[in-house]
Design a protein around this ligand. Structure first.
Ligand code: ZN
Length: 419
C-alpha cells in the first residue's frame, strides 16, 4: 500500500527533525522497470521465494511464447519473441464482484533509510549487485539522496558513479523536503487524520495534469477545501462529457463520412435516436447496428471500396452499372433497388405529412423528399430536423431502420447472385 509506505517515511522524517538526529534517505529510480523485466530472472526469484508446483508453472506458461508484432508505416512485422517486460494490458489480478484486486503498481519505487551514512552505502551496493544480477537498470541521474540534519559534506555512489544529494525529491508521487518541517500538502494529508485513498495519493501529480486538461480546479487547492462528493461528481461528469462532446463535434467537422450524422444535439449520457428508438427486441437491435454503421459511414459501398483499394477497383455501382455507388446512390437513387425502397419511402411520405404543421408545409415537404441531401438526412438521422417531435423521430427512425436493412439485404443477395 503506497500510503502506508509513505506514512512510514513521513514518521521517520518527523522523528529525525524532532530529535535533531541525522537521517539519510536514498530514493532509487529504476529505469523502465516494467518494460525490461527479465522473465527467466523473475521465474527464478519466484521459485526462490517458495512458489512451487502448479503455481510456478502457471507463471512459466503465462510468460512463455509471448510474441509481439510491430506496426510501422502500415506494415506489420513478423512475430517477435518477447523475453522481457510485463504485459500492461494483461496484468495479473482478479475481480471480486466488480472490484479489481490487481498487482501493486509501485514495485519499482524503492527507498532506503538509514541513520548511518556507511550503512546506506552498503544498502546501495547490495541493490546495485542485485540489479546487475537481475538485469534491471538503476538510474544514477534520477536516483537521489536526501540528507537530514547533517551539515557535513558526504557522498554516496552507485556502480562507482556518484549519486546526487538534494533538498527535495519525489517518492511515491509525494514531494519530500529535507528542510521543511511540515512537508507538502499531500504529506500532511497522509500523516494527519484525513482519509486518503492510496491510489489518489500516488497519482496526485497525474491528477493535477488531468484536472488542468479539463479546466477543473487543481487537486492541490481541493485538498485544503474539499467539495461535497455529490457536487464534485456532478461537476466532473458535466465538465468531462462536454469536453468530449466538443472534441467529437470539432473532429467530425472535417470528416465527410459523418456528414449525415447529427452531432450538434448530442446530450451527455443520452444515447442517439438510432439506439433509443429500437427498443429491446433483438432483430430491431440488429437493424439498428446496421443503421449506426450507415450513420457513421462505415458500411462498405463500391465507392469506398475503390477509394481504399488498387486503381483497378471501379467505384461504379455493381447492381445498375450507371454511376458511382455512394450513400445517396445506394439509399435513394439505385434503380435496381427501387422496388425494395418504394413501399418504405411511401410510408415515410405519408407519415411526414402528418408531422407537418404550419404554412410552409408544401415547400418543406418538397425539400425533404426531392432534395437528395435532405432526404438522405431524413433517412439516416432525422434528428437533424427540429420541427419533429421526439415521438415522431422515433417513428421515422423505425421506418428508415427497416428501409436501410432491407436495402442492404437486397443488395447483398443480388451481389452474391452476380458473382
Ligand atoms: Zn446502382
Amino acid at each position: 500500500m503506497p500510503a502506508i509506505a509513505a506514512l512510514i517515511l513521513t514518521e521517520l522524517i518527523t522523528e529525525a527533525n524532532k530529535s535533531n538526529s541525522s537521517l539519510y534517505i536514498a530514493l532509487m529510480d529504476a529505469k523502465k522497470a516494467f518494460d525490461i523485466l527479465w522473465h527467466l530472472g523473475l521465474l527464478r526469484e519466484m521459485y526462490n521465494l517458495g512458489l512451487r508446483g502448479d503455481n510456478w508453472l502457471f507463471f512459466k506458461n503465462w510468460y512463455e511464447e509471448v510474441t509481439s508484432k510491430i506496426k510501422w508505416n502500415g506494415n506489420i512485422s513478423r512475430p517477435i519473441q518477447e523475453q522481457q517486460g510485463t504485459f500492461e494490458k494483461n496484468q495479473l489480478g482478479a475481480y471480486i464482484g466488480c472490484t479489481y484486486c490487481g498487482i501493486p503498481t509501485v514495485a519499482d519505487d524503492v527507498t532506503f533509510i538509514s541513520k548511518s551514512p556507511i550503512e546506506l552505502q552498503t544498502m546501495l551496493d547490495v541493490q546495485a549487485y542485485y540489479a546487475n544480477k537481475q538485469r534491471y537498470l538503476l538510474s544514477e541521474q534520477k536516483s537521489t539522496i536526501l540528507v537530514l540534519n547533517d551539515k557535513e559534506n558526504r557522498s554516496w555512489s552507485l556502480n562507482n558513479k556518484e549519486l546526487s544529494t538534494s533538498e527535495s525529491a519525489v517518492h511515491l508521487g509525494i514531494e519530500r523536503h529535507s528542510t521543511s518541517k511540515s512537508g507538502s500538502k499531500e504529506e500532511r494529508r497522509i500523516s494527519g487524520k484525513t482519509y486518503c485513498d492510496p491510489s489518489a495519493c500516488h497519482e496526485i501529480h497525474q491528477l493535477a495534469e488531468i484536472a488542468d486538461q479539463y479546466n477543473l480546479p487543481s487537486p492541490h487547492d481541493l485538498i485544503d477545501n474539499p467539495p461535497i462528493k455529490e457536487t464534485w461528481n456532478k461537476l466532473v461528469n458535466q465538465t468531462i462529457s462536454s469536453h468530449f462532446i466538443l472534441t467529437l463535434q470539432q473532429e467530425s467537422e472535417n470528416k465527410s463520412t459523418l456528414k449525415y450524422l447529427n452531432l450538434s444535439d448530442t446530450v451527455p449520457g443520452k444515447p442517439h435516436n438510432i439506439w433509443t428508438s429500437c427498443g429491446n427486441e433483438p432483430f430491431a437491435i440488429t437493424m439498428a447496428h446496421l443503421k449506426a454503421k450507415i450513420a457513421v459511414g462505415t458500411i462498405v459501398l463500391q465507392s469506398s471500396k475503390a477509394k481504399h483499394s488498387k486503381p483497378e477497383v471501379s467505384p461504379i455501382c455493381q447492381l445498375c452499372h450507371i454511376e458511382t455507388e455512394d450513400m445517396i446512390h445506394f439509399l435513394i437513387k439505385c434503380t435496381v433497388l427501387k422496388t425494395t425502397r418504394s413501399p418504405f419511402l411511401q410510408e415515410l411520405k405519408t407519415f411526414v405529412r402528418t408531422c407537418l404543421r404550419g404554412e410552409n408545409d408544401e415547400t418543406l415537404f418538397h425539400e425533404l423528399f426531392y432534395n437528395n441531401e435532405y432526404l438522405a438526412r431524413l433517412i439516416i438521422d432525422c434528428s437533424f430536423f427540429h420541427f419533429l417531435k421526439n415521438t415522431e423521430k422515433t417513428r421515422i427512425e423505425t421506418i428508415s431502420r427497416g428501409l436501410c436493412y432491407k436495402l442492404y439485404q437486397k443488395r447483398a443477395t443480388l451481389l452474391a447472385d452476380n458473382s
